[in-house]
Design a protein around this ligand. Structure first.
Ligand SMILES: Nc1nc2c(ncn2[C@@H]2O[C@H](COP(=O)(O)OP(=O)(O)O)[C@@H](O)[C@H]2O)c(=O)[nH]1
Ligand SMILES: [Mg+2]
Length: 360
């Protein structure tokens, strides 16, 4: 028996009952055939403490090379004393790491004021305060993507400029939800490049995910519309739709996002339930412009910040949090499935600015 078709009878719509074949008839012609999924062995539950420690280690391992972590690595050894030079250097490090002028100045001013009031006994106390300031900026935006009970399919529309990691993020997300036992349908809505459709289909094939696609130069809104119908017919939990990368200057493409939203609403007035904007973490301050433009054109409800491993500066997450307050759903710490992480403020701050920077 395919795992896919094992539904609680009450949840199965009458027309999709028991037999897989008839339900397939409703689907658009070009649906990647669903292979019988290999039954996956239940993962061994790791002891929670060990798992948490391994997780923290992964964050610091991946974020170690960011400009943020590198900038702060030797800062406290260079400035052991609590003085103006120390705070100046902190401010420079924050600015260099793309934290943005507003957030960097606010944090530096706060530290200066507190040094003047002799609030800090030593550099360790100051580091503690700096870590707390940074965490406070991020806490309001650390809101994971939750799929409410009774909403099915939950529709996620993924948008962003070219090459930021949209398709990769979709593949990783799909896999995450699939591992939680949810049924996911993908829509190959990037109809601009044949390679984009192939990329999504190959993810689908590798992980037995249904991918709805059409021929070359198909209309993106029509592919995504078909995909929602198909996801509904299958009583899927989740539809994740890919879109072509676009710049705010390409007004035709920006308008297309409006069209996609409109056609989805014909099937489900609440859809899309999430408009996820993917931001490349190596972008720098231009990320702020991207969020502004896409928010206007597509009603962004959440962010995924990718490529924070490697050469990213790391600070753009703070700039975005301060500027927009949009939920950060995921961060990308590498190219593997498990490298897409739910945004964890403490792990992030610990990785960029560990307590151990100042010796106890
Ligand atoms: N290092 C790293 N690379 C990533 C991450 N996310 C995506 N990529 C890579 O970025 C490139 C572009 O990704 P893609 O999903 O095709 O971007 P799209 O054009 O927005 O769909 C690919 O080579 C991905 O493997 C990440 O978190 N870390
Ligand atoms: Mg793509």
């Amino acid at each position: 028996m395919l795992k896919f078709w094992k539904k609680k009878p009450a949840e199965t719509p009458p027309d999709a009952a028991a037999e897989p074949a008839p339900a397939m008839v409703d689907l658009p012609a070009q649906v990647t055939p669903l292979e019988a999924p290999e039954p996956e062995p239940a993962p061994e539950p790791a002891p929670p403490v060990a798992a948490a420690a391994a997780d923290e280690a992964a964050w610091s391992e991946r974020l170690r090379t960011t400009a943020f972590a590198r900038g702060f690595a030797t800062l406290f050894t260079r400035h052991p004393a609590l003085d103006e030079a120390l705070v100046d250097d902190i401010e420079t490090c924050l600015l260099t790491a793309d934290v943005g002028v507003a957030a960097s100045t606010t944090i530096a001013e706060d530290l200066r004021r507190r040094i003047a009031r002799r609030e800090f006994a030593d550099a360790r106390a100051l580091l503690h305060a700096l870590r707390a300031d940074l965490a406070k900026l991020l806490e309001p935006v650390a809101e994971p993507l939750l799929i409410p009970e009774g909403v099915r399919p939950f529709v996620v529309l993924v948008v962003g400029v070219n090459g930021v990691g949209k398709t990769t993020t979709i593949g990783k997300m799909a896999r995450r939800y699939q591992q939680q036992g949810r049924e996911v349908v993908l829509a190959a809505g990037d109809t601009f490049r044949a390679a984009a459709v192939e990329q999504l289909r190959s993810w689908g094939e590798r992980h037995q995910l249904q991918v709805v696609h059409q021929g070359a130069n198909a209309d993106s809104a029509s592919v995504i519309f078909d995909a929602l119908q198909s996801a509904r017919a299958r009583d899927a939990d989740l539809l994740i739709a890919d879109t072509a990368g676009r710049l705010h200057t390409q007004s035709g493409l920006m308008d297309e996002l409006g069209k996609i939203r409109r056609v989805l609403k014909k099937i489900d007035p609440e859809a899309p339930h999430e408009v996820l904007l993917v931001i490349d973490g190596t972008t720098g301050q231009n990320a702020v412009n991207q969020v502004r433009q896409f928010r206007e054109a597509a009603g962004v409800t959440g962010l995924a910040v990718t490529k924070l491993d490697g050469t990213a500066k790391g600070g753009v997450v703070f700039a975005l949090a301060r500027e927009f307050g949009l939920p950060i759903r995921y961060v990308g710490l590498g190219e593997k499935v498990q490298d897409l992480r739910v945004f964890d403020v403490q792990a992030f701050v610990d990785a960029l600015l560990p307590e151990s920077l100042v010796d106890g």
